[in-house]
Every structure is written in structure tokens, then in C-alpha cells.
Design a protein around this ligand. Sequence first.
Ligand code: M6R
Length: 606
Amino acid sequence: MCGIVGVLSNHEASPILVEALKRLEYRGYDSAGIATVNAGVLDRRRAVGKLVNLSDLLVHEPLPGKAGIGHTRWATHGAPSVTNAHPHQAGPVAVVHNGIIENFRELREELASHGIQFVTETDTETVALLAQHYMQNGTRPQEAAFKALDRLRGAFALAFLFSGHDDLIVAARRGSPLAIGHGDGEMYVGSDAIALAPLTNQISYLEEGDRAVVTRHSLEIWDADGTPVTRVKKTIEVDGARIDKAGHKHFMAKEIAEQPGVIARALGHYLSEDGQITLPGPGIDFTAVDRLTMVACGTAYYACLTAKYWFEQIARMPVEVDVASEFRYREPPVPTRTAALFVSQSGETADTLAALRYCTGKADQILSVINAPESSIARESDAVLPIHAGVEVGVASTKAFTCQLTVLFILALKAAQDRGEITTNRRADLVACLRGLPNIISTALGGNAEMQQTALRLSEARDVLFLGRGLMYPIALEGALKLKEISYIHAEAYAAGELKHGPIALIDKQVPVVVMAPRDALFEKTLSNMQEVMAREGRVILVSDAKGIREFGEGAYATLEMPQIDDLLTPILYAIPAQLLAYHTAVAKGTDVDQPRNLAKSVTVE
Ligand code: M6R
């Protein structure tokens, strides 16, 4: 899940490449590098760690040239090091790659049998060496690159640059997205349109198996069968402005604070003035399907788990939820009259995309709930439901999660309405509650100082457990994921009723147990589980409303009070303390909140 970029410019390429890579750093930050052709000479600069290290290097060792390629890396093959950093160069060829070359071992053996030496541990170096190998017979760069591409198995977006050719980039896509940007006498290549947004809003997306030969004044594309094709040039609405922290210490803090605004925006897109549900595009007719299969990864998967409760309770609709990496290889049957729904912030998650492709042609409808409308998942769906969260930079997903929940709740309401499972009055009540959500979330955000205090206690723990029942179970899972990914504290979540089936053995006075429990119909059940924890000296941090805290708060290690809201909407509200606890714990521990170790924002490899 690296980011790649290429430019054929009339200006110096280095600053343009670095700027574009900044916008791709969400894909990985293990190393970064660029290569340019200047007066026919191919040269490169690479640095380990974040892009700022490459920028510093370029100050001392500038890289002139108006044609170039760049890369930001999330390591797959080989540790993060300068040697393993892209671009990889073999003689006259430099290559940047996003994806995994699955047959690189056998290709290495073959190249080694020709006496070719390897200097890196990466799969990508094989591609550069193959192209160089083919060029040695006098084959032209474009043909050599194509011959190399013929040999590759796996997933890739690739860009090749050649010495002696400062008006040529060869690009190819299989499995990983690639966009071509059209400028004024300039051309660009990028993993996404966001990277190219400051340069152009004129984008052609390569399709699966496409290969492109790009010059400043031309773009030739061949499809997977080798047939010349054209790909439409679209005008893309992506903001080219630099995204800043707006005075916050971290992007994550900014994105948490933005939630009332972005949820209000999402509601505005899906609810008309008179409270009717308005889905974009072709929408979905829930009378035409009997069941729903929802597939996603990580936080988006927890959004699906939450929505399962909603669809089942409000719309009486059977729902299956699965993590994409399991679903895609299990080859599950997809019965007739099934709608398949894929949830993804980035719209590029490799496993979710593969799961979608598995369902294409089998499910009656392919729906997606996404934040990036130009993403691969969006483009391959029958109907797209954007969440309108705006660009999310922090690796830990926050506002995208609550916006996903908001849109999924509206979708469940629509299903209930289509299937005649909800009264007009109850529907109107729920719509009114939804409209009140942004204000209630603002109130919850007002409890930030208390969260910070409680987080100080969490930051000293080695392990933290989260418990929740019913609609709070997926939020407990989300709370544990948030905490571990940014604070590196081991955290697990359990359905409260499962505690006594094993996890209770973990409880002692060192282990804080965060219990998500609004005073709803299941509160008393959860209360019993809390008491079981406290009887074993476990330290309960109770997150509940005033009533719940009044009834139980006494013996708790800490309490965090949430505003009152309709039981069905509690997951969206209780996501806020889950996020704030994780955030303040990570800040207290001094970790890299926005770019935690080993992670990337968009997971484009499996
Ligand atoms: O872009 P997606 O929503 O498909 O990403 C799915 C997960 O990779 C993502 O939610 C991940 O779990 C986040 N880092 C969680 O905060």
C-alpha cells in the first residue's frame, strides 16, 4: 500500500513529486524516494522514514530534471531501509511500485541464472532488472517494460522511467489503482486523484490490466488483451488545497472535533426538509432483496457489525457481516435476492475490493458506503452512498466511522420503510433524533477534559479490556482497536456476556475494564457483568448516561457521562468516548498519533 507518482513537467520535477507524495503519505511512511531524468541521466534520492527526511535530503543533494517518478513506502518485502526504498534502479530503468509481485522468487532465480545480481530484498527490484535485461537486446524502453509486465503475477501499479528519455513514463495497473492526470503540455501519473489535485482535475483512470505510454503531449493505452483503448477524461472534484490541522495538535484531534459538522453535512445529503430519505443515484429498493451481506475491514467492519443490529431490529432483515480478507477466500454462496454492501473509507482496501469483485455477477446489487467517491470500490459499485466526511488524514479512523454509521442507520431506516416494518411515527421520531445528533455529539465532545484525566490512568496500563452488549459490542471492539493502534497498549473487546467464558481470567487490579453501557434495555445484564469484574478487583471505567451512572457509578474506578439519546443511536454517540480515550492515552504516551508505527491509512495490499 505504497503511493506512486510520476510527472512529465515543464518545471523542476522534484518539488512537484514531493508535494504529490505528501498527499500520498497516508499510504505508507516507511521510506520515500524520487528519481528524475536530467540531460538524459537517470538519478535518484531516497530516505528512510517520513517524507520530511527525503525533503531534508533534497536540500543538501538536489535532484534536477523535469521528468520524474516518486514513491512513499509501506514495507512488504524487506525492512524499511535506503536500499529497499523505491525507486528501484537497474541500469537505465527506474521503477516505482504499489502492490506485491507474487512470482518474484522464481523471476529472481531466472535472472540470477543470467548472472544478474540483486541488491535489495524487495519484489520490485525484479521488475527493474527484468526491464533492463530486455533492453540489453536493443529492445526499446516501452517494449522492454511491456515484456517485463508480461512476466508478472500479483498486484501492481507501476511507473517506469528511463535514462535518455525525459519525455516518457510507462505505467501499468493490475490490482492497484492508477490515475493519469492531464495538464497543459504536462502529464502526471498517481495512485489517486488526490495526489494530482494541485496539478490538474482532468483525470483518466486506468482499468484492470491497462498499460499506458505517457509523454507530455500524448497518452496511449492498451487494455489487458493488448487492444488500444481510450479511457474517458473526467473532471474530478478534489480539493487541491493543502490539508492542515486547523490549530489542532494532531489531525486525529481535528477530525474528532469535526464530527458534529460532517455528520450534519451527511444528514443534509440523505434527509430532505420534510424528513424523507433521499438516496443518491439509483439508490436501492429493499423490496427487491431479501437479505444483505456486508463486508469490510477494520473500523469499517465494526460499522457493518453495528448496522447488522439496526437492519435486524428496525427492518427485520437478515444480515451477514464478514471481514473482507476471510470472505474473499471462503467462496460463500450468495443466494438470489441478496444485496452486497461494502463499506470503506478509502474505497481502495484490497481485500474489500476483492470481496466486491467476488460478489459482482452473483449478488443482485452491489452497494458501497465510501468516503472517496472516485475510488475503485465506488467505481465498481451499482450504487454508491458517500459518507461526506471529507478527507480523513489520521490513520485512526474517527469521523469516517461516525459518518459511516450515520449513513448506514439511514439505510436501515429506508429498508424498514420499504419493507413496511416501521410506523410512520417511529420513523419520524428517529429522523428527528438523527437531526439532533450533531448537537448531542458536540455536548459529548465537551467532556474532553474528563476523558483526558481518565486516559492518564489508561496510559499506565499494560492491558485494557472493553465490554459492551448489543449495540455497544461493536463500539467496544472499535474502542479497543483505536486504543491499540495509536497507543500500542494491548486492548481487547468482548461481548459483555462472553466474559465469564474465558476472558474473566485476565481480570486483576492492574487491568482497566472500559464498560460501554447506556441505560438501555440491556443495562441490567451488563451491570451484572460489571459486578463480576469488580468482584475480582477489576477497575471499571463506566461510560454511561446520567441515569446509568446514578444507578451504578458508585463502585467504579472512573465514570464518563454521556448525554441521553434514543437507544438505537447510542453507537454513534459512544464512538466519541472510544475515540477520545484512545487519543488522550496516545498523547500521554507520546506516540505518533497520526502516523502510528507499522500502519498505513489505505491498505492496498492483502
Ligand atoms: O479505507 P477502509 O475503510 O477500507 O479501511 C479499513 C481499515 O483499514 C481501517 O478502518 C483501519 O482499521 C483503521 N486504521 C482503523 O482506525
